[in-house]
Design a protein around this ligand. Sequence first.
Ligand SMILES: Cc1cc2nc3c(=O)[nH]c(=O)nc-3n(C[C@H](O)[C@H](O)[C@H](O)COP(=O)(O)OP(=O)(O)OC[C@H]3O[C@@H](n4cnc5c(N)ncnc54)[C@H](O)[C@@H]3O)c2cc1C
Length: 396
Amino acid sequence: MVHYRFATEEQIELANGARKICEDLLRPQLEELEKADGGRGRYPMDVHQALADAGYYGMNIPEEYGGLGLDIVTRAVIAEEIATVDSGFAFAFTNAGNYFNTIMETGISEDEKQRWAMRILSGEAIGAFALTEADAGSDAAAMRTSAVWDASTQEWVINGVKCFCSNGPIANFFFIAAWTDRSQRASKGVTVFLVEKERGIQVGKKENKMGLKTSETSEIILEDVRVPADHVVGEVGSGFTKALAMINEEGRVIGLAYNLGIAQACLDTATAYAKTRRQFGKRIIDQQAVGFKLVDMEARTQASRALMYEALCCRRDGKELGILPNLLKFYCSDCTMQTATDAVQILGGYGYMKDYPVEKLMRDAKIYQIFSGTNEIQHKNAARAIAGRDPLMNRK
Ligand SMILES: Cc1cc2nc3c(=O)[nH]c(=O)nc-3n(C[C@H](O)[C@H](O)[C@H](O)COP(=O)(O)OP(=O)(O)OC[C@H]3O[C@@H](n4cnc5c(N)ncnc54)[C@H](O)[C@@H]3O)c2cc1C
């Protein structure tokens, strides 16, 4: 059920269609997917393909390239509905097919861009974005991956190891951030490259995470991987700003739709349970402490959704976002974490058991306070902006 009050008929229809596919194909196999690969989890390619066949993959690809050209608000309404079934899948699926705009910023030919559009729309092309390294997390500028220009072959030669790459194990193309000029600050010395897997990218350790098991995460290893000059995204040296903008403007805006799906699922599950569970001769929802908790969960979820759709509408209409992505990132993810904890509490001992869904929802909720820039970093950057300082000024 779509909860965005201003959703159009078209948005509701599209979101319900995606939800139905996920209810039918994804929900029945969630338990098995969580346990797969020794508990590391597995991305369900069958659900991926079913959604792609129904037109839900690469939804931002413009009509002139064969796509639906859906705006960011519509995509978020759909993403939240998918996320109420499984947030990890919503995150992995949406990200994997969301890189066409970045491909358009490379120097490849128009024919190649058309082919990329077709490959994405068919569901075959799966993308990933790799910025983080073992010693460069919040301080992304501390990355060591480098790209050196080989004038003899007219290629960039990339070396480095990226970690925590979402979709790393299943992706067949990557956007890799690398130093191209160490004499400069990161904002001038880092470049983002489009790198197809067949150019030599190796997948390293696959992570065994607390939650989000349907989104596979791994190390990515590049040893003398060569790409032509036209694989640079934008200008050489513009990569750090570009990478942060990609995370900020998309990741921290539409990204919270995957998080809100968890909050809504917690609310729905806890409300239904509280209406049937009886203690002391009455339904627990009629105990004031439980009823008030549900109301607080509802208030937090509605406030998060309102903030998210304000940010999404600004993004869609080309309005300045300011610190909205930072506020949205920490506010919404903190609210959802609290809501998930409350849902477990309302289900009591059963909430702590894997037989009931809220245990998984709580594990899934935690990551949203960490990735796409931790909530502490969001506070730091928002505070710098409020103080009138450039949040990137302290970068090396
Ligand atoms: C499941 C998962 C998927 C991910 N997917 C991707 C991906 O696809 N691509 C990618 O590039 N990265 C990805 N990441 C990386 C993610 O963005 C980083 O984990 C995150 O930015 C934090 O970096 P870190 O883990 O090294 O923590 P650290 O930077 O070491 O931080 C540790 C703690 O210190 C705090 N801290 C650090 N510096 C400050 C400061 N200046 N002020 C206040 N507090 C501070 C942090 O808030 C945090 O609480 C993913 C991570 C995970 C866990």
